[in-house]
Design a protein around this ligand. Structure first.
Ligand code: GZL
Length: 326
């Protein structure tokens, strides 16, 4: 029988599937040996906004402080490249990988490849589809915020403070990412319990300022009656302010702007009255991430979720807390 290219493709797919099945078979996540210092990977999603830059800076500073070698990669917005980045870290023989999975599903093969190479993975900031990978088995833990709660808190603030502004445009984060999925779920589920509120449009701005501005401009033209914009992050909220003003309206007076991240620029805009409320999502992961790796190496039990507390800012506290914003 001649071996055709089709046979080879089928056999390699079967081998990949078998590898995933095999790697999921073993119950525990790979161990981390106790060492003085480590060579660790940090696979970043992209560097397209201040939040991601702040996260990277925090990880690099912590590695520097501890004298650990950091293998840093930037996937430039591509989940496929992030998978390749993780595979390159595996090939370099890192001791552990810190991964911020850009989207919930495409990074699963990377997590399983690391497990198959006996390299532990700690998820930072973004999570993966929980039906496809399990903390404590396929990766060590997830460190980050409760994105559903972030969306809920913003919606509950709006319900309590709308003063008749109930027609909502939603600017979603990166499609397929856990913060976008969960910030939408948290917000929309609360709004659904209050029939006087209506989400008239919901579209991704990819967590980016200019895309957020463009999408907000388009949606404001389509829905001139909209008087609330809920952005899944500060960058899109700041872009939305520009769109509101380009439409000849006043942010904070004609249109309430709601956001998540709580960077200094957004909290200042709360002080200025242009953003009504923002839930913090702190990007400074370094200390907690590295402490968790050391605790894991020391044999401590690591919980499946290590949740960061998120500050809430509105006109009542923004001026007082501005200096503490990241
Ligand atoms: C949230 C993080 C999000 C931020 C955005 O943990 O993944 O990605 O909210 C960033 O600003 O792009």
């Amino acid at each position: 029988m001649t071996i055709t290219r089709r046979h080879l493709l089928i056999s390699s797919a079967a081998a990949a599937a078998a590898a995933v099945l095999v790697s999921r078979a073993s119950a525990a996540a790979p161990p981390l040996a106790k060492k003085e210092t480590y060579k660790v990977g940090f696979a970043q999603t992209e560097s397209n906004n201040p939040w991601r830059l702040a996260q990277t800076a925090s990880m690099q500073a912590e590695a520097e402080k501890r004298g650990w070698q950091l293998v840093y990669t930037d996937a430039a917005g591509s989940a496929a490249k992030q998978v390749a980045d993780v595979n390159s870290m595996i090939a370099q023989g890192v001791d552990l990988i810190f991964l911020a999975p850009r989207e919930e599903k495409p990074l699963i093969p990377a997590i399983m490849a690391a497990k198959g190479a006996n390299i532990p993975v700690i998820l930072l900031d973004r999570n993966v589809d929980q039906t496809l990978a399990t903390a404590g088995e396929d990766y060590v833990t997830f460190i980050g915020s409760n994105f559903i709660e972030e969306g809920q808190r913003i919606a509950e603030w709006l319900v309590a403070n709308a003063n008749g502004k109930t027609t909502i445009i939603e600017l979603e984060g990166t499609t397929g990412s856990s913060p976008a999925n969960d910030r939408k779920k948290g917000f929309d589920d609360v709004i659904a319990q209050h029939p006087e509120f209506k989400i008239v449009a919901s579209q991704t701005g990819d967590f980016a300022r200019d895309k957020g501005r463009q999408v907000a401009e388009t949606l404001l033209q389509a829905h001139p009656d909209a008087n609330v914009i809920y952005a899944h992050n500060d960058e899109m909220a700041i872009g939305a302010i520009a769109a509101v003003e380009a439409a000849g309206k006043v942010a904070g007076t004609d249109v309430l702007i709601l956001s998540i991240d709580g960077g200094k620029e957004a909290v200042q805009l709360v002080v200025d009255g242009k953003i009504a409320a923002v839930v913090e999502c702190n990007p400074r992961f370094g200390p907690k991430a590295f402490d968790t790796a050391v605790a894991y190496a020391n044999g401590e039990t690591i919980p499946a979720l290590i949740l960061n507390p998120d500050q809430f800012y509105d006109a009542s506290n923004a001026a007082e807390l501005l200096s503490t914003a990241y």
